[in-house]
Write a protein that binds this ligand. Structure first.
Ligand code: UD1
Length: 413
């Protein structure tokens, strides 16, 4: 059977890496139980990795392939940036050509970026033959809802879920949301969080990173037997259009960080969109939110290391809310809502809002909070294994059903 997985943007890579590893493990097991050493096992998976090219910079894409040991993509669509409509349309046009050539049994899409929605919709509407046969659509990270349709990601989540055949859910809220939207229970599989699989698998390697020395945040030795003391610092990430595309909104957030900036340095790896806005608005961050240290976007292992040792993380990212929960690091989310409520209910996250007083108050609360938090159900490092088991079974069942419906003379043994 053939499975095609799509990646496009930075937050996709860590969600996909464990799935590819689980497929490789599945193939090893299938190979061991195969009758012949020379024939591929009946349920071995041929995997095809497609990169849409939504993110294309080395710092936004290439570095993650190295850090996560992802294979080189089999297909590169090279769509690049554009308006939502232009980017989505270009992904759809080019992806349809790939599907027609590859004809996989299933297409796996992850998360909520434009590449996710574009490829899910193409797969749901393609027809390989007059009977309308097409691959299964599998959505990883299904069911998350912010209930805020002004977020492009929310539109992508809803559309992707409603054209998917297999919906892989990361947290309990996803089960409730999908049921409320009328998605049949038997399409929904609560497997856990593959991004957390990546985090747990890479924790040790990330500890060996020298990023803290390079940023002047640790003195002395580094790596596993580090003896140098780590300074108190906070970590900031901002890239949501609603936070950075409008100068007043952006300034408000920076004002909310002023008090924190007098207490410790705030390390700010700057996303390309945010970098452009800072230049365009003529912000000199030294005058707003004193203590902000602007750096280039970090690779995965360096970022995990900086996050794991931060006193506090301030972010508008979705994934970082989950990663800080897993690491037990206090997180202040500068948004009005979250699609990941388990990070607030079980984890270390506070959804602060976006005004300066709200952000300042949430930071003070988080700095006073005792360390810890509990891990949401099934965030145990084995989500991808559970997911691939379901995926392989679904593909095999689909093949068997197609065989049964064929006229007797064309059925294969
Ligand atoms: C996208 C996702 C968002 C995710 C984020 C992580 C959508 C709708 N949004 O937002 O959910 O949290 O990725 O980063 O899919 N750019 C570069 N180099 C790159 C990529 C982008 O310079 O490698 C610049 C481009 O000029 C582009 C801008 O960054 O216009 C934004 O990129 P885009 O892919 O449109 O959306 P993101 O804001 O990155």
């Amino acid at each position: 059977m053939k499975v095609l997985t799509v990646v496009g943007a930075r937050p996709n890579f860590m969600k996909v890496a464990p799935i590819i590893r689980a497929i490789n493990r599945h193939n090893e097991m299938a190979g061991r139980s195969s009758a012949s050493r020379f024939e591929p096992a009946a349920d071995a998976v041929k995997h095809v990795l497609v990169h849409t090219g939504q993110h294309y910079d080395a710092s936004m894409s290439g570095a993650f392939f190295t850090d996560l040991q992802l294979p080189t993509p089999d297909v590169w669509l090279g769509v690049g940036s554009g308006s939502h409509a232009a980017q989505t349309a270009e992904i759809m046009r080019r992806f349809e050509e790939v599907l027609t050539i590859e004809r996989p049994d299933a297409v796996v899409v992850v998360g909520d970026v434009n590449s996710t929605m574009a490829c899910a919709v193409v797969t749901a509407k393609i027809a390989f033959d007059a009977a309308g046969s097409r691959p299964l659509v599998a959505h990883v990270e299904a069911g998350l809802r912010s209930f805020d349709r002004s977020m492009p990601e929310e539109v992508n989540r809803v559309l992707t879920d409603h054209v998917s055949d297999l919906l892989f859910v990361t947290e309990a809220s996803g089960l409730r949301n999908l049921r409320n939207e009328g998605i049949p229970d038997d399409a929904v599989h609560f497997v856990g969080n593959t991004m957390i699989d990546s985090l747990l698998a890479c924790r040790e390697k990330a500890e060996a990173s020298t990023v803290l020395e390079r940023l002047g945040l640790r003195t002395g030795a580094h790596g596993h037997d580090a003896t140098g003391a780590i300074s108190d610092y906070a970590l900031l990430t901002l890239h949501r259009p609603s936070n950075v595309d409008n100068p007043e909104a952006f300034l408000n957030i920076l004002d909310g960080l002023n008090e924190l900036g007098t207490r410790c340095p705030i390390v700010f790896p700057v996303h390309p969109r945010t970098q452009r806005r800072i230049k365009e608005f003529g912000f000199t961050l030294g005058t707003h939110g004193r203590g902000i240290v602007l750096i280039e976007p970090l690779g995965y292992l360096d970022f995990v290391c900086v996050m794991a040792h931060a006193r506090l993380v301030v972010t508008d990212s979705g994934g970082i809310q989950e990663e800080t929960t897993c690491l037990g690091i206090p997180c202040v989310t500068v948004r009005a809502n979250t699609e990941r409520p388990s990070t607030v209910e079980h984890g270390t996250n506070i959804v602060a809002g976006t005004t300066a007083p709200q952000i300042g108050a949430a930071i003070r609360r988080q700095l006073a909070r005792p360390p810890g938090g509990t891990m949401p159900e099934k965030w145990d490092g084995h989500a991808a294994t559970r997911l691939v088991d379901v995926l392989v079974r679904a593909c095999a069942d689909r093949r068997a059903a197609v065989q049964t419906n064929l006229p007797a003379e064309v059925q294969t043994a």
